[in-house]
Design a protein around this ligand. Structure first.
Ligand code: ZN
Ligand code: ZN
Length: 403
């Protein structure tokens, strides 16, 4: 073996990685903006998935299109040497219904592409000399927004044999520690009986009343839940005409909590709000879980430290202020399967908030492009550290196993 874990070698290879990623930056930005211009919602990301997979294939990755039973997922792999660890870099590329890339996932998919290609180009020349052996995988992971693509992939065993997984998310600061809470979506559907709203209302069963009572019941429930709980929803179908008693209504709610166990407790209480409303109105209720549950993020501090070193190396400023609110991500479920990190890379100023038009605009702005390139470099350099220093991975696994 060569010179694994030698700081001088690592420094030299990181400079090369930086140069490689800079040399493809124009193309990465093109790809990111192209995905931004073709927003596709969960499970429909055919354009983005093909674009990213094609690029990886062109750069010598062995690409398997469709992964974990998801047609818009992919796995792109390169091997260096015959043994060593498997490091996975993940990218998302789904858009939000009605808001395009308001969560900036175009940057995530493309940062994974840039990290994979940048690192692979350096390792193809240098791995043997530097005594590096291992397998690099870039996973295309669809349907983060409400679909849980990664949950399907974990359940299908896609991450078996993976030693560490990383992904970056665009944000309003460089935040290395990421927390996220457990979540699950629920569809509530009431069936009533239609009737003329003026002539024969006594013949009707009002599915809209049942829905409003459910909504208010959930609002009353809020006083009696732990502070980490979030329950939020929309009524997607509320009736057709004011002079007909609505006989079908439908809503979608998201239920979140710090732990999967407590989320399940709250889920049952929310269902009971709907069951109670059904009893009150005489409507019948269907309760259907939508998508798969997301587990909370178990961010690995050993991997975070490795990532932090590279954030510092690139001269990026880390924001260590505690976060006000927490979202959920299907990366949480990956992090319960293998040591993982999910840092944020800044693409705009402090006040920039996800799931807004402003965030959508930032995701194709000059700052967005800068974040994309920086995110790609941080991931590629961190993956290099993991290939070079087996003891970092050992420590990461020790922490992971300890809970
Ligand atoms: Zn989002
Ligand atoms: Zn997102």
């Amino acid at each position: 073996m060569g010179s694994a874990c030698v700081p001088e070698t690592a420094g030299r290879l990181k400079r090369l990685i930086g140069q490689e990623i800079d040399s493809i930056a124009t193309r990465l930005i093109e790809v990111s903006d192209d995905i931004h211009a073709h927003p596709e919602i969960r499970f429909e990301e055919y354009y983005a998935s093909k674009l990213l997979a094609d690029e990886l294939e062109e750069h010598g990755f062995m690409v398997e299109r469709g992964n974990g039973g998801l047609p818009t997922a992919f796995k792109a792999e390169r091997r260096f040497g015959s043994e060593g660890p498997t490091i996975a870099i993940l990218g998302e590329y789904d858009a939000l219904p009605g808001l395009g890339h308001g969560c900036g996932h175009n940057i995530m998919g493309t940062a994974a592409l840039g990290a994979g290609v940048g690192l692979a180009r350096v390792l193809a020349r240098e791995a043997e000399k530097a005594g590096i052996s291992g397998r690099l995988i870039v996973f295309g992971t669809p349907a983060e927004e409400g679909g849980g693509g990664k949950v399907y992939m974990v359940r299908a065993g896609c991450f078996e044999g993976v030693d560490a997984a990383m992904i970056i998310h665009p944000g309003n600061a460089n935040r290395i520690n990421s927390r996220s809470i457990a979540s699950q979506r629920l569809i509530i559907r009431f069936h009533g009986r239609p009737a003329h709203a003026a002539a024969t209302p006594h013949e009707g069963v009002n599915a809209l009343d049942a829905m409003i009572l459910t909504y208010n019941g959930i609002n009353a429930l809020r006083q009696h839940v732990k502070p980490d709980v979030r329950i939020h929803g929309v009524i997607m179908k509320g009736g057709d005409a004011p002079n007909t008693i609505p006989d079908l209504t439908e809503a979608m709610f998201t239920i979140r909590a710090a732990t999967s166990e407590y989320r399940n407790v709250i889920m049952e209480k929310v269902k009971n709000c709907a069951r109670g409303a059904a009893l009150q109105t005489g409507a019948t209720v269907d309760l259907e879980l939508y998508g798969l549950p997301f587990d909370p993020m178990k961010s690995n501090s050993v991997l975070e430290d490795a990532f932090r070193t590279n954030v510092n190396l690139l001269g990026l400023e880390e924001d260590r202020a505690p976060r006000e609110g927490l979202g959920s991500t299907d990366m949480g479920t990956v992090s319960q399967a293998v040591p993982s990190i999910h840092p944020s890379i800044a693409i705009g100023p402090k006040g920039l908030i996800g799931h807004t038009q402003a965030f959508c605009d930032a995701s194709r702005s000059p700052d967005g492009h800068k974040g994309l390139v920086a995110g790609a470099k941080c991931m590629a350099m961190t993956a290099l550290d993991l290939f070079m220093c087996p003891e970092v991975l050992e420590k990461a696994w020790a922490e992971f196993r300890a809970g």
